[in-house]
Design a protein around this ligand. Sequence first.
Ligand code: NAD
Ligand code: WQD
Length: 340
Amino acid sequence: MNKVLVTGGAGYIGSHTAIELIKKGYEVIIVDNFSNSEPSSLDRIKKITRKDVPFIFGDLKDRNVISKIFESFNDIDTVIHFAAFKAVGESVAEPLKYYNNNILSLINLLYSMKQYNVPNLIFSSSCTVYGQPDELPVTEDTPLKPASSPYGNTKKISEDIITDFINSGNYIKSIILRYFNPVGADISGDNGELPQGIPNNLLPYITQTALGIRECLNVYGNDYDTHDGTAIRDYIHVSDLANAHIDSMRYLSNKSAPFCDIFNIGTGEGYSVLDVINSINKFLDRPLPYKIVNRRPGDVEKIWADNTKAKNTLNWFPKFNLDDMTSSSLNWEKKFRGTL
Ligand code: NAD
Ligand code: WQD
């Protein structure tokens, strides 16, 4: 059974992936510097899995941190690399912080993987690399648009770094997963997204508004060319996304798998902001308060995935629908705030 290093494993997607890995019997080691997470995340993983996960507190910008992990756990055969900064707006204000963290961490990791003969890498990329595509849905062959933020650019550059590194000598095999919009929470309600400060993303803003922590949701624009005028995204449940990493690991262990491959991870369904509000309203005693405001600069109008390649090649199939996503997010928010 594989031994897996999960970088950024205290974060939102990393912690859900660690849970799914442990449930399926994989040995997991987590490294994180808590720059966007809290130690309590490890307690939540333990509560759900009833397992203590080996944890290393460390910053991947320091190559010694990674080397020491590979020395101490000498049979790690897969790294799932989540550790990165992800706030689009902050990346515009502080681009160097983003290039430094996201790119340097990846380069350090690749150097160390080569040095310690760690064979497999799964990398977190993003649908942000497509920008506003000319045709929908997007396949992995859809031409990429210039990144609209330094954050997006770190994902594009990271994809290129991984591909170039692999082409230079086949030291490792890698799968790049382009996540669409990860939302939702563990089915137990004991783990979910924990944004710091005022949420930028739709679902945490909605659940905080539902609980009265925020007064009203601002809906950014209702003059888009969509069925109700609000922008469309492909929301994917975080546990389905987590399982895409496990299916990718299985695929990488197949000798015929190519050295590097890219997959879209979304449901293939596009939902508008108002569709999401209508979904959560099914689980609320009173309708969610919202108002229409101007478009948010930098937002794309609509995007959703063609996920055929992931289904056919990785044998990955999303199980959760939009109502599962909104209700699990709400359940987590209520449990976390002690109102359930
Ligand atoms: P997150 O911020 O919740 O988790 C990232 C974790 O990495 C955090 O726990 C943070 O403390 C840690 N980290 C950051 N830099 C580090 C470093 N230098 N050394 C050690 N630890 C470090 O983010 P997430 O939502 O779980 O995202 C995980 C990955 O998926 C990121 O690479 C992100 O860019 C990518 N992604 C996220 C989304 C999304 O909407 N959440 C969408 C597409 C892609
Ligand atoms: C979703 C929709 C908003 C908040 C971001 C990153 C992207 C990727 C996924 C990492 C949009 C609308 C939102 C609010 C709203 N992350 N909205 N009111 O912008 O699609 O993608 O996360 O790679 O790179 O940009 O996600 O959740 O912010 O927005 O109306 O208060 O909800 O306009 O249409 P987004 P989001």
